[in-house]
Design a binder for this molecule. Sequence first.
Ligand code: FE2
Length: 190
Amino acid sequence: MARPLPKYTVPSLTPQDGAKVAEVLQQRLNALNDLALTLKHIHWNVVGPHFIAVHEMLDPQVDAVRLMVDAIAERIATLGVAPVGTPGALVKARTWDDYSIGRDTAIAHLGALDEVYVGVITDHRQAAKDVEELDDVTNDLLIGHLHDLELFHWFVRAHLESAGGSLSTASADGEKAAADAARSKDKASA
Ligand SMILES: [Fe+2]
């Protein structure tokens, strides 16, 4: 990263470590900003008989994720680094594709959203590990987010789960495949 070292950081961290932690946090800021926008996109595009359940389930998730974004950005600033919150920078820095589904049924969006949460949570856990030795406070912040993110992921998965406990998206690879798997499982059980 070409970013200059912070002139100060939190007590007991070196500026180098402060910069490292902030760099990890910046990518989580991008991921959760992206997630909040994606959740709203689904909120607007979901159609079909389960519309209202999914439409209404998503807004509290958006609110919670926006609070996480704010806490991450303010932790970056606390570490002495400038958080970057612009959409162009987000798109440039992200390593994942844009959410690919437009107007579609609840079950298709939930199948795809299962995949989105798998990606976000896996990376969030890795980020928590990456800062474990460097900064307990940031580690605690990220672990705190995971409590909610994993709960929200379960809310999504509960729609995709059979009475036997298996997920319709279990063998799907990627968002589109997960949406298709959820859709065909739903048709088969109708
Ligand atoms: Fe709304």
